[in-house]
Design a protein around this ligand. Sequence first.
Ligand SMILES: Cc1cc2nc3c(=O)[nH]c(=O)nc-3n(C[C@H](O)[C@H](O)[C@H](O)COP(=O)(O)OP(=O)(O)OC[C@H]3O[C@@H](n4cnc5c(N)ncnc54)[C@H](O)[C@@H]3O)c2cc1C
Length: 468
Amino acid sequence: MIAPSPAALDALKNALGPAGWTQDAFEIAPHLTEWRNRWTGETPILLKPASTDEVARLVTICAEHQVAIVPQGGNTGLVGGQIPYGEVLLSTRRLRTVRDVTPLDDAMTLETGITLLEAQQRAASANRYFPLSLAAEGTATVGGVISTNAGGTQVLRYGMMRDLVLGLEAVMPNGEIFHGLKRLRKDNTGYDLKQLLIGAEGTLGVITAATLKLFPIMRSRAVAIVGLETAAASIELLARAKGETGGGVEAFELMKRLGTELVLRNIPDTREPLDSQPEWSVLIEIASGSPGGAEAQLTALLEVAFEEGLITDAAIAQNDAQRAAFWRLREEHSAALKPEGGGWKHDVSVPISRIAEYIDEATAAVERFHPGARVSVFGHIGDGNLHYDVLPGVGQDIPAFIARWKEGSQVVHDIVARYDGSISAEHGLGRLKTEEAKRYKTPLEVSTMQAVRKAIDPQRIMNPDVLF
Ligand SMILES: Cc1cc2nc3c(=O)[nH]c(=O)nc-3n(C[C@H](O)[C@H](O)[C@H](O)COP(=O)(O)OP(=O)(O)OC[C@H]3O[C@@H](n4cnc5c(N)ncnc54)[C@H](O)[C@@H]3O)c2cc1C
């Protein structure tokens, strides 16, 4: 990669005016370190365009001068794809216009620096529901969740970001604007360029606006935390819950006892949800189109499951505060690991029917590889997605444990591959997993991705160290 010449930097500054860029180290610093402090990068300049035209001007200059660009939204990505190492950093956070909301189309068009939470709120103000939800939603941007094809807690019913985008506008690597902000549900006219950009992690262009799919607001919701003896029982419960609610399960989140304990220990104002302190618990959220329907369905489901011995304990949230408290126990799982000094984190998926078998096999293999290691499993098992984290044993040397991360992760990921799973279910590859992914992708997949990229970005100026 070529460092930007003084002439290129001058051209970029002139294209934006003083409000649109900074070289102030203090202002840039928060953009250079990611959430887990795993990467600290560097950049000659932070660019802050406020419109699509400004983005197009910047990318055109970068293309002319062969300057590499890293796009960044909220900087909550967990695989380091948003951190520059010498590239210019292009922040989308000033792209903040709501272009339109059209309830009759069940669609809204937003610029991509808007946060996910703001997008949800904007949909709600039009009496519609935008379902994508994740713990970082107050900071993660629409552009970031599209570029990582984020998942989160509602995938079971509504799909990943790929399923929620109707149209896109993006600045391509030569500076041309792709005007694809259609609101159509059906458009069968050849290759779908927007789908290539979704999940591309900033390697094929800068996404500047998106038209998102909206849904009706459900009339009732009910949330419970349920105790179970085994992970296998949770899969059986999931199948029943889906069947008996007619597809009304919106979230189904598994938590192993260790993760819950870490939340209770490390996160203030959290409370034990079930006195029985079960080894496995599940957070279930059910939504229904009829008032009161969700709670009735959830209660009926849990009563039968309890009578049959499938579950051992359950608490149904009685009000919004309790619902929020239950969700907090799940959503703080990642944050609760931080004070423990680190671990080997994995974001994997396997077929739902094989989750319990996978957990048993991976845990036995990890215990053989690093005796004493502790495993925390949580995640969106309704989607087959597990956050499978390995922590050092109590009293073990943490730096020595962390040093074994690559080999340890290979143990976990090799088993994922044998289960026909994925080593990155929802966070992407970024700087963290791009090299490792070559071990699990076929040569055909790698070479096809390289060919597509070369056709769209022949100079490889967009996020050059990320993906193949
Ligand atoms: C506490 C916590 C919980 C999380 N939970 C989940 C979860 O449940 N599910 C999940 O999927 N993820 C989760 N994440 C990961 C993260 O929130 C998502 O990856 C999110 O999509 C990133 O959005 P962002 O705006 O912060 O993007 P960034 O971190 O800024 O960027 C992420 C990637 O997208 C690219 N990019 C960003 N904006 C654009 C754009 N406009 N155009 C082109 N490329 C762009 C960047 O170059 C980078 O490669 C979590 C993160 C945290 C910190």
